[in-house]
Design a protein around this ligand. Sequence first.
Ligand SMILES: Nc1ncnc2c1ncn2[C@@H]1O[C@H](COP(=O)(O)OP(=O)(O)OP(=O)(O)O)[C@@H](O)[C@H]1O
Ligand SMILES: [Mg+2]
Length: 370
Amino acid sequence: MTTSQKAFPPPLGGLDYLASAILLLNAEHRVCYANSAAENLLEATGRALLQRPLNTVARYSATLQQALDNAVANNWSYTGQNVEIRRGKPDRGETLHLNCTVTPMQSPDAPEVRMLVELQPIDQQLKASREERRIEQQQASRELIRNLAHEIKNPLGGIRGAAQLLERELNNPVLQEYTQVIIKEADRLQDLMQRLLSPHRAALQPRLMSVHEVLERVGSLLKLEFPATLSILRDYDTSLPELVADREQLIQVFLNIARNAAQAMEGKGEIVFRSRSARQVTLVKRRFRLAIDVAIIDNGPGIADDFRERMFYPLVSGRPDGTGLGLTLAQSFVQQHQGTIECESRPGHTVFLIRLPLNAFDPASSESLP
Ligand SMILES: Nc1ncnc2c1ncn2[C@@H]1O[C@H](COP(=O)(O)OP(=O)(O)OP(=O)(O)O)[C@@H](O)[C@H]1O
Ligand SMILES: [Mg+2]
Protein backbone atom coordinates (compact mmCIF):
# COMPACT_ATOMS: atom_id res chain seq x y z
CA MET A 1 0.00 0.00 0.00
CA THR A 2 1.36 3.44 -0.91
CA THR A 3 1.41 6.45 1.37
CA SER A 4 -0.68 8.48 -1.06
CA GLN A 5 -3.37 5.84 -1.18
CA LYS A 6 -4.22 6.30 2.48
CA ALA A 7 -5.57 9.75 1.70
CA PHE A 8 -8.46 8.21 -0.23
CA PRO A 9 -11.55 6.20 0.69
CA PRO A 10 -11.88 2.70 -0.74
CA PRO A 11 -13.49 3.51 -4.13
CA LEU A 12 -10.47 5.57 -5.21
CA GLY A 13 -8.00 3.46 -3.27
CA GLY A 14 -8.95 0.61 -5.61
CA LEU A 15 -7.08 2.43 -8.40
CA ASP A 16 -3.92 1.05 -6.85
CA TYR A 17 -4.69 -2.37 -8.30
CA LEU A 18 -4.82 -1.18 -11.93
CA ALA A 19 -1.98 -1.94 -14.31
CA SER A 20 -2.26 1.52 -15.97
CA ALA A 21 -0.51 4.42 -14.31
CA ILE A 22 -3.14 6.68 -12.75
CA LEU A 23 -2.61 10.16 -11.34
CA LEU A 24 -5.30 12.28 -9.77
CA LEU A 25 -4.57 16.00 -9.97
CA ASN A 26 -6.15 19.06 -8.41
CA ALA A 27 -6.94 22.33 -10.20
CA GLU A 28 -3.28 23.41 -10.01
CA HIS A 29 -2.11 20.10 -11.46
CA ARG A 30 -0.75 19.03 -8.09
CA VAL A 31 -0.71 15.28 -7.52
CA CYS A 32 -3.39 14.21 -5.04
CA TYR A 33 -2.84 10.54 -5.66
CA ALA A 34 -0.59 8.26 -7.69
CA ASN A 35 -1.21 4.53 -7.95
CA SER A 36 1.61 2.00 -7.78
CA ALA A 37 1.91 1.79 -11.56
CA ALA A 38 2.35 5.59 -11.70
CA GLU A 39 5.02 5.45 -9.00
CA ASN A 40 6.86 2.81 -11.01
CA LEU A 41 6.48 4.71 -14.25
CA LEU A 42 7.74 7.99 -12.81
CA GLU A 43 10.29 6.21 -10.61
CA ALA A 44 9.17 8.12 -7.53
CA THR A 45 7.39 7.13 -4.35
CA GLY A 46 3.88 8.36 -3.60
CA ARG A 47 5.35 10.51 -0.84
CA ALA A 48 7.68 12.22 -3.31
CA LEU A 49 4.85 12.84 -5.76
CA LEU A 50 2.10 14.01 -3.40
CA GLN A 51 1.17 17.67 -3.60
CA ARG A 52 3.81 18.38 -6.22
CA PRO A 53 2.73 19.98 -9.52
CA LEU A 54 2.96 17.32 -12.23
CA ASN A 55 5.36 19.42 -14.31
CA THR A 56 7.90 19.32 -11.49
CA VAL A 57 8.01 15.52 -11.37
CA ALA A 58 7.98 15.03 -15.15
CA ARG A 59 8.41 17.20 -18.21
CA TYR A 60 5.99 17.17 -21.11
CA SER A 61 4.84 19.12 -24.16
CA ALA A 62 2.73 22.27 -24.23
CA THR A 63 -0.06 20.18 -25.79
CA LEU A 64 -0.38 18.02 -22.69
CA GLN A 65 -0.10 21.10 -20.47
CA GLN A 66 -2.97 22.63 -22.44
CA ALA A 67 -4.99 19.43 -22.08
CA LEU A 68 -4.60 19.60 -18.29
CA ASP A 69 -5.66 23.27 -18.30
CA ASN A 70 -8.67 22.43 -20.46
CA ALA A 71 -9.77 19.65 -18.14
CA VAL A 72 -10.01 22.17 -15.29
CA ALA A 73 -11.25 25.20 -17.20
CA ASN A 74 -13.60 23.62 -19.75
CA ASN A 75 -14.24 20.13 -18.46
CA TRP A 76 -12.68 18.73 -21.65
CA SER A 77 -11.21 15.27 -21.97
CA TYR A 78 -8.09 14.54 -23.95
CA THR A 79 -6.57 11.46 -25.53
CA GLY A 80 -3.07 11.58 -26.96
CA GLN A 81 -1.14 8.77 -28.57
CA ASN A 82 2.60 8.40 -28.41
CA VAL A 83 2.94 11.35 -26.04
CA GLU A 84 6.50 11.99 -24.84
CA ILE A 85 7.07 12.48 -21.12
CA ARG A 86 10.49 12.85 -19.54
CA ARG A 87 10.90 11.40 -16.11
CA GLY A 88 13.75 11.83 -13.66
CA LYS A 89 16.08 14.73 -13.07
CA PRO A 90 16.25 17.32 -15.87
CA ASP A 91 19.95 16.66 -16.44
CA ARG A 92 19.71 12.88 -16.67
CA GLY A 93 16.12 12.00 -17.36
CA GLU A 94 14.65 9.49 -19.73
CA THR A 95 11.94 9.95 -22.36
CA LEU A 96 8.87 7.72 -22.12
CA HIS A 97 6.49 7.15 -24.99
CA LEU A 98 2.96 6.80 -23.69
CA ASN A 99 -0.66 6.85 -24.61
CA CYS A 100 -2.29 9.41 -22.38
CA THR A 101 -5.87 10.13 -21.38
CA VAL A 102 -7.00 13.10 -19.30
CA THR A 103 -10.51 12.86 -17.89
CA PRO A 104 -12.06 15.72 -15.89
CA MET A 105 -13.66 14.41 -12.72
CA GLN A 106 -15.55 15.52 -9.69
CA SER A 107 -16.06 13.07 -6.87
CA PRO A 108 -17.67 13.69 -3.49
CA ASP A 109 -15.10 11.21 -2.12
CA ALA A 110 -12.27 13.54 -3.06
CA PRO A 111 -13.57 17.04 -3.79
CA GLU A 112 -10.15 18.56 -4.52
CA VAL A 113 -9.49 16.14 -7.37
CA ARG A 114 -10.28 17.73 -10.74
CA MET A 115 -8.91 15.23 -13.23
CA LEU A 116 -7.67 11.72 -13.74
CA VAL A 117 -4.60 11.21 -15.89
CA GLU A 118 -4.04 7.72 -17.24
CA LEU A 119 -0.69 6.80 -18.78
CA GLN A 120 0.05 3.61 -20.69
CA PRO A 121 3.53 2.92 -21.98
CA ILE A 122 3.60 1.95 -25.61
CA ASP A 123 4.90 -1.55 -25.43
CA GLN A 124 8.12 -2.93 -26.77
CA GLN A 125 6.45 -4.47 -29.80
CA LEU A 126 5.04 -1.18 -30.98
CA LYS A 127 8.45 0.37 -30.57
CA ALA A 128 10.04 -2.44 -32.56
CA SER A 129 7.55 -2.15 -35.39
CA ARG A 130 8.06 1.61 -35.51
CA GLU A 131 11.79 1.03 -35.70
CA GLU A 132 11.25 -1.47 -38.49
CA ARG A 133 9.06 0.97 -40.43
CA ARG A 134 11.68 3.68 -40.00
CA ILE A 135 14.39 1.40 -41.35
CA GLU A 136 12.22 0.48 -44.33
CA GLN A 137 11.54 4.15 -45.08
CA GLN A 138 15.20 4.99 -44.79
CA GLN A 139 16.15 2.10 -47.04
CA ALA A 140 13.61 3.23 -49.61
CA SER A 141 14.90 6.79 -49.54
CA ARG A 142 18.51 5.62 -49.77
CA GLU A 143 17.59 3.45 -52.77
CA LEU A 144 15.93 6.44 -54.42
CA ILE A 145 18.94 8.65 -53.81
CA ARG A 146 21.28 5.96 -55.10
CA ASN A 147 19.32 5.53 -58.32
CA LEU A 148 19.18 9.26 -58.77
CA ALA A 149 22.92 9.53 -58.16
CA HIS A 150 23.55 6.92 -60.86
CA GLU A 151 21.39 8.83 -63.31
CA ILE A 152 23.19 12.10 -62.58
CA LYS A 153 26.69 10.65 -62.55
CA ASN A 154 26.75 9.34 -66.10
CA PRO A 155 25.69 12.48 -68.03
CA LEU A 156 27.90 14.50 -65.69
CA GLY A 157 30.96 12.77 -67.14
CA GLY A 158 29.76 13.74 -70.61
CA ILE A 159 29.19 17.36 -69.60
CA ARG A 160 32.66 17.64 -68.10
CA GLY A 161 34.33 16.03 -71.12
CA ALA A 162 32.47 18.30 -73.54
CA ALA A 163 33.46 21.40 -71.52
CA GLN A 164 37.10 20.31 -71.65
CA LEU A 165 36.99 19.84 -75.42
CA LEU A 166 35.29 23.20 -75.79
CA GLU A 167 37.93 24.88 -73.65
CA ARG A 168 40.69 23.70 -75.96
CA GLU A 169 38.99 25.43 -78.87
CA LEU A 170 38.60 28.70 -77.00
CA ASN A 171 41.29 31.34 -77.27
CA ASN A 172 39.51 33.98 -75.23
CA PRO A 173 40.44 33.56 -71.51
CA VAL A 174 37.16 35.19 -70.44
CA LEU A 175 35.24 32.41 -72.15
CA GLN A 176 37.57 29.84 -70.59
CA GLU A 177 36.45 31.08 -67.21
CA TYR A 178 32.97 29.83 -68.09
CA THR A 179 34.18 26.39 -69.11
CA GLN A 180 36.18 26.26 -65.88
CA VAL A 181 32.99 26.91 -63.94
CA ILE A 182 31.31 24.01 -65.74
CA ILE A 183 34.27 21.71 -65.06
CA LYS A 184 34.60 22.65 -61.38
CA GLU A 185 30.90 22.37 -60.68
CA ALA A 186 30.76 19.03 -62.52
CA ASP A 187 33.66 17.80 -60.34
CA ARG A 188 31.89 18.95 -57.18
CA LEU A 189 28.72 17.12 -58.19
CA GLN A 190 30.72 14.02 -59.18
CA ASP A 191 32.28 14.01 -55.74
CA LEU A 192 28.87 14.29 -54.07
CA MET A 193 27.43 11.52 -56.25
CA GLN A 194 30.42 9.35 -55.41
CA ARG A 195 29.78 9.81 -51.71
CA LEU A 196 26.09 9.00 -52.17
CA LEU A 197 26.99 5.78 -53.95
CA SER A 198 30.04 4.59 -52.06
CA PRO A 199 28.66 3.09 -48.80
CA HIS A 200 27.08 0.30 -50.76
CA ARG A 201 30.22 -0.53 -52.67
CA ALA A 202 32.72 -1.55 -50.04
CA ALA A 203 32.48 -5.12 -48.78
CA LEU A 204 32.26 -5.49 -45.02
CA GLN A 205 35.43 -6.74 -43.30
CA PRO A 206 34.38 -7.80 -39.82
CA ARG A 207 37.00 -8.82 -37.28
CA LEU A 208 37.40 -8.93 -33.51
CA MET A 209 38.29 -5.55 -32.04
CA SER A 210 38.08 -3.33 -29.04
CA VAL A 211 35.47 -0.61 -29.24
CA HIS A 212 37.67 1.54 -27.00
CA GLU A 213 40.55 1.37 -29.41
CA VAL A 214 38.19 2.67 -32.13
CA LEU A 215 36.92 5.46 -29.86
CA GLU A 216 40.49 6.47 -29.00
CA ARG A 217 41.30 6.75 -32.69
CA VAL A 218 38.18 8.89 -33.26
CA GLY A 219 39.14 11.07 -30.30
CA SER A 220 42.60 11.72 -31.69
CA LEU A 221 41.21 12.53 -35.16
CA LEU A 222 38.79 15.01 -33.59
CA LYS A 223 41.53 16.60 -31.53
CA LEU A 224 43.49 17.23 -34.72
CA GLU A 225 40.49 18.96 -36.25
CA PHE A 226 39.50 21.00 -33.18
CA PRO A 227 42.77 21.28 -31.25
CA ALA A 228 42.28 24.13 -28.83
CA THR A 229 38.98 24.25 -27.06
CA LEU A 230 37.30 20.88 -27.43
CA SER A 231 37.58 18.53 -24.48
CA ILE A 232 36.96 14.84 -24.92
CA LEU A 233 36.13 12.86 -21.80
CA ARG A 234 36.14 9.09 -21.55
CA ASP A 235 33.75 7.05 -19.45
CA TYR A 236 34.58 3.48 -20.46
CA ASP A 237 33.46 0.19 -19.00
CA THR A 238 36.86 -1.44 -19.32
CA SER A 239 35.45 -4.90 -18.62
CA LEU A 240 33.64 -4.93 -21.99
CA PRO A 241 34.52 -7.83 -24.25
CA GLU A 242 35.74 -7.23 -27.79
CA LEU A 243 33.19 -7.12 -30.59
CA VAL A 244 33.16 -8.31 -34.17
CA ALA A 245 32.85 -5.38 -36.55
CA ASP A 246 34.29 -3.59 -39.55
CA ARG A 247 36.86 -1.23 -38.06
CA GLU A 248 36.81 1.38 -40.82
CA GLN A 249 33.02 1.58 -40.75
CA LEU A 250 32.91 1.93 -36.96
CA ILE A 251 35.48 4.73 -37.06
CA GLN A 252 33.33 6.49 -39.65
CA VAL A 253 30.18 6.05 -37.53
CA PHE A 254 31.64 7.48 -34.33
CA LEU A 255 33.58 10.16 -36.17
CA ASN A 256 30.54 11.41 -38.09
CA ILE A 257 28.48 11.62 -34.91
CA ALA A 258 31.20 13.18 -32.76
CA ARG A 259 32.22 15.60 -35.50
CA ASN A 260 28.61 16.82 -35.75
CA ALA A 261 28.70 17.44 -32.01
CA ALA A 262 31.98 19.36 -32.27
CA GLN A 263 30.67 21.38 -35.21
CA ALA A 264 27.42 22.20 -33.39
CA MET A 265 29.53 23.55 -30.50
CA GLU A 266 31.82 25.38 -32.93
CA GLY A 267 34.71 23.41 -31.52
CA LYS A 268 34.17 24.71 -27.98
CA GLY A 269 32.64 22.35 -25.47
CA GLU A 270 32.74 18.89 -24.04
CA ILE A 271 32.17 15.53 -25.67
CA VAL A 272 31.87 12.38 -23.59
CA PHE A 273 32.52 8.92 -25.03
CA ARG A 274 30.72 6.41 -22.82
CA SER A 275 30.66 2.64 -23.20
CA ARG A 276 28.45 0.14 -21.39
CA SER A 277 27.22 -3.39 -21.87
CA ALA A 278 23.57 -4.21 -22.51
CA ARG A 279 22.12 -7.66 -21.94
CA GLN A 280 19.30 -9.45 -23.75
CA VAL A 281 18.57 -6.67 -26.18
CA THR A 282 16.11 -6.78 -29.04
CA LEU A 283 17.48 -5.14 -32.14
CA VAL A 284 15.31 -5.13 -35.25
CA LYS A 285 13.44 -8.31 -34.39
CA ARG A 286 16.46 -10.29 -33.19
CA ARG A 287 17.34 -10.87 -29.59
CA PHE A 288 21.04 -10.68 -28.77
CA ARG A 289 22.48 -11.95 -25.53
CA LEU A 290 24.96 -9.12 -25.31
CA ALA A 291 25.41 -5.75 -26.96
CA ILE A 292 27.66 -2.75 -26.50
CA ASP A 293 26.16 0.69 -25.96
CA VAL A 294 28.33 3.59 -27.00
CA ALA A 295 26.95 7.00 -26.07
CA ILE A 296 28.41 10.14 -27.59
CA ILE A 297 27.25 13.01 -25.43
CA ASP A 298 27.77 16.72 -26.01
CA ASN A 299 26.82 19.85 -24.12
CA GLY A 300 26.09 21.88 -27.25
CA PRO A 301 22.92 23.67 -28.36
CA GLY A 302 20.87 20.50 -28.90
CA ILE A 303 18.64 19.43 -31.78
CA ALA A 304 15.01 20.52 -32.16
CA ASP A 305 12.46 17.68 -31.89
CA ASP A 306 11.07 18.03 -35.40
CA PHE A 307 14.55 18.16 -36.93
CA ARG A 308 15.60 15.08 -34.98
CA GLU A 309 13.00 13.07 -36.88
CA ARG A 310 14.51 14.08 -40.22
CA MET A 311 18.23 14.40 -39.63
CA PHE A 312 19.05 10.80 -40.58
CA TYR A 313 17.63 11.29 -44.07
CA PRO A 314 20.14 11.84 -46.87
CA LEU A 315 20.92 15.44 -47.82
CA VAL A 316 19.19 16.82 -44.71
CA SER A 317 21.55 19.26 -43.04
CA GLY A 318 21.24 22.02 -40.47
CA ARG A 319 24.58 23.59 -41.40
CA PRO A 320 25.10 26.02 -44.28
CA ASP A 321 28.10 24.03 -45.54
CA GLY A 322 26.82 20.55 -44.61
CA THR A 323 25.98 17.91 -47.19
CA GLY A 324 23.66 16.02 -44.86
CA LEU A 325 25.34 12.66 -45.45
CA GLY A 326 27.17 12.08 -42.16
CA LEU A 327 24.27 10.58 -40.22
CA THR A 328 22.89 8.73 -43.25
CA LEU A 329 26.22 6.96 -43.61
CA ALA A 330 26.47 6.30 -39.87
CA GLN A 331 22.96 4.84 -39.86
CA SER A 332 23.67 2.70 -42.88
CA PHE A 333 26.88 1.28 -41.37
CA VAL A 334 25.27 0.61 -38.01
CA GLN A 335 22.39 -1.20 -39.70
CA GLN A 336 24.92 -3.39 -41.52
CA HIS A 337 26.07 -4.39 -38.03
CA GLN A 338 22.44 -5.10 -36.99
CA GLY A 339 22.66 -2.19 -34.57
CA THR A 340 20.59 0.90 -33.90
CA ILE A 341 21.24 4.61 -33.34
CA GLU A 342 18.96 6.64 -31.14
CA CYS A 343 19.15 10.29 -30.26
CA GLU A 344 17.84 12.28 -27.35
CA SER A 345 18.46 15.97 -27.09
CA ARG A 346 17.75 19.13 -25.22
CA PRO A 347 19.81 22.30 -25.04
CA GLY A 348 23.07 21.53 -23.27
CA HIS A 349 22.70 17.75 -23.45
CA THR A 350 22.58 15.68 -26.64
CA VAL A 351 23.07 11.93 -26.58
CA PHE A 352 23.59 9.70 -29.58
CA LEU A 353 23.30 6.09 -28.42
CA ILE A 354 24.80 3.51 -30.74
CA ARG A 355 23.88 -0.04 -29.77
CA LEU A 356 25.90 -2.77 -31.43
CA PRO A 357 25.48 -6.50 -30.90
CA LEU A 358 28.66 -8.23 -29.85
CA ASN A 359 28.68 -10.46 -32.86
CA ALA A 360 26.26 -9.43 -35.57
CA PHE A 361 27.75 -11.87 -38.04
CA ASP A 362 27.30 -15.08 -36.07
CA PRO A 363 23.72 -16.39 -36.32
CA ALA A 364 24.27 -18.40 -33.13
CA SER A 365 24.68 -15.22 -31.08
CA SER A 366 21.04 -14.23 -31.50
CA GLU A 367 17.58 -15.64 -31.93
CA SER A 368 15.03 -14.23 -34.32
CA LEU A 369 11.72 -13.07 -32.90
CA PRO A 370 8.32 -13.48 -34.57
N1 LIG B 1 25.21 16.72 -31.73
C1 LIG B 1 24.53 17.56 -32.52
N2 LIG B 1 24.16 18.78 -32.06
C2 LIG B 1 23.45 19.62 -32.84
N3 LIG B 1 23.06 19.35 -34.10
C3 LIG B 1 23.39 18.17 -34.61
C4 LIG B 1 24.14 17.19 -33.86
N4 LIG B 1 24.30 16.11 -34.62
C5 LIG B 1 23.69 16.36 -35.81
N5 LIG B 1 23.15 17.60 -35.82
C6 LIG B 1 22.38 18.21 -36.91
O1 LIG B 1 22.07 17.20 -37.86
C7 LIG B 1 22.44 17.63 -39.16
C8 LIG B 1 22.72 16.44 -40.04
O2 LIG B 1 23.96 15.85 -39.73
P1 LIG B 1 24.75 15.06 -40.83
O3 LIG B 1 26.04 14.60 -40.25
O4 LIG B 1 23.87 14.01 -41.44
O5 LIG B 1 25.01 16.12 -41.97
P2 LIG B 1 25.98 17.40 -41.93
O6 LIG B 1 26.84 17.36 -40.73
O7 LIG B 1 25.12 18.60 -42.11
O8 LIG B 1 26.84 17.22 -43.25
P3 LIG B 1 28.04 16.16 -43.49
O9 LIG B 1 28.16 15.32 -42.27
O10 LIG B 1 27.60 15.37 -44.67
O11 LIG B 1 29.22 17.01 -43.74
C9 LIG B 1 23.61 18.57 -38.93
O12 LIG B 1 23.77 19.48 -40.00
C10 LIG B 1 23.20 19.27 -37.63
O13 LIG B 1 22.34 20.34 -37.92
MG1 LIG C 1 27.93 15.66 -40.27
